[in-house]
Design a protein around this ligand. Structure first.
Ligand code: SAM
Ligand code: SF4
Length: 368
């Protein structure tokens, strides 16, 4: 892993000169190419429920948003999406939801077992802060990966924007636990949360390294008017000169720094990035260090209801449209869509899949 210091990271986060930033992006892109290759992995996203018991101050799915019509996909609908993922040539499905207690241990475990039995797909879960025994059961059923962003490493800010019940483990602890259970663990942050300083973003990057994350999701914070943070009823205090902006540029910087500091991690170019720049956001993310995209497989009738933030990208396109659009973007960058499961350290050539340690051996032999 790279040895960038906190002050070097901070300097990059405050950098405004386009020519200097191009150096950062070029370096990150070279690190990406050397360590994870030219494949872009496609993870089919299934947003299985928008019910949530939590009250995150930033998210449109929060329990307190009574305006939102709620849905929960049926088992058959989810299995159809998984079949579709395989037909479209994806290596992974991601099942994501609000923290919904109706998604019981057995219900999820049963779906995981079915997908593992009937397809060759890797399974990623992103179902919020669940109990140890739930995570354990789903891992035993065959789930491979778990996504749980820690949102910000500034614990005081996190407590303000993410109320938790007393005694519940925080997300950083849960990420450690996920790794102990044998999951590939994915964390990440939002960029430009009110109250989030440049310094705390620099600490976020160091936290990626400390946790040695397998996947790192980074997207802009996008205000949602039906939330306390988005409607400004909650305003964490911070000096204006310290506040990190929720801009595309800040997200690109964070993606590039994450790539340099965690060279073999899987890093998506996120839907939130594609939302704030619908034309170029996703491609630009892939050019500055990202190597994953998440085409949406959720049935179109539910898409607009999974409204974490407004004007989300790709809410009207069918699974086929999303697939074609993303593949076109990948090819236009001179890259190719991965065909394997795209696990940590798996480098995929256009012809074959090689584990990272084998690739290093191949490179050494080639140099000799
Ligand atoms: N409930 C699960 C959880 O919280 O981990 C998974 C679903 S949650 C909607 C997925 C991610 O959406 C969160 O980790 C957060 O980073 C992101 N998110 C929520 N509200 C957002 C907002 N207003 N702007 C940008 N991203 C947001
Ligand atoms: Fe629920 Fe996740 Fe949104 Fe928080 S971020 S309100 S846990 S869906």
């Amino acid at each position: 892993m790279s040895e960038l210091t906190q002050s070097e990271i901070l300097d990059w986060l405050r950098e405004t000169r386009a020519s200097r930033l191009e150096e950062l992006y070029t370096r990150a892109d070279a690190v990406r190419k050397r360590n994870v290759g030219n494949a872009v992995h496609l993870r089919g996203l299934i947003e299985i429920s928008n019910h949530c018991v939590r009250q995150c101050m930033y998210c449109g799915l929060r329990r307190g948003n009574r305006e939102l019509e709620r849905y929960r996909m049926t088992r058959e609908e989810i299995l159809d999406c998984a079949r579709r993922a395989e037909q479209l040539g994806y290596g992974t499905v991601v099942m994501q939801a609000g923290e919904d207690p109706a998604l019981t241990i057995e219900w999820i475990a049963d779906i995981v077992r079915w997908i593992k039995r009937e397809t060759a797909l890797a399974i990623t879960l992103s179902l919020g802060e669940r109990q140890n025994h739930e995570l354990q059961s789903w891992r035993s059923a065959g789930a491979d990966r778990y996504l749980l962003r820690f949102e910000t490493s500034d614990l005081e800010l996190f407590r303000t924007i993410h109320p938790r019940s007393a005694g519940a483990p925080d997300r950083l602890m849960l990420l450690e636990r996920l790794k102990e259970l044998g999951y590939e663990a994915g964390g990440g942050v939002m960029v430009g949360i009110p109250g989030q300083s440049y310094e705390s973003l620099a600490n976020d990057v160091l936290t990626f390294r400390k946790l040695d994350l397998d996947m790192i999701g980074i997207g802009p914070y996008i205000p949602h008017a039906r939330t306390p943070l988005g409607s400004s009823t909650l305003r964490p205090e911070i000096d204006a000169s310290e506040q990190a902006p929720a801009t595309e540029e800040m997200v690109y910087k964070m993606v590039a720094l994450a790539r340099i500091i965690c060279p073999i991690a899987n890093i998506p170019s996120t839907t939130a990035l594609a939302t704030i720049n619908k034309t170029h956001g996703r491609k630009r993310g892939l050019s500055v260090g990202a190597n994953v995209v998440m085409p949406n497989l959720t049935p179109v009738k539910y898409r607009s209801l999974y409204q974490i933030y407004p004007a989300k990208a790709c809410i009207e396109e069918s699974a086929t449209d999303c697939n074609q659009c993303l593949r076109r973007q990948i090819h236009s960058l001179g890259r190719f869509a991965g065909r394997g499961r795209g696990g940590r350290g798996e480098v995929e050539d256009i012809h074959l899949v090689v584990p990272h340690h084998e690739l290093v051996k191949l490179q050494v032999n080639h140099a000799l």
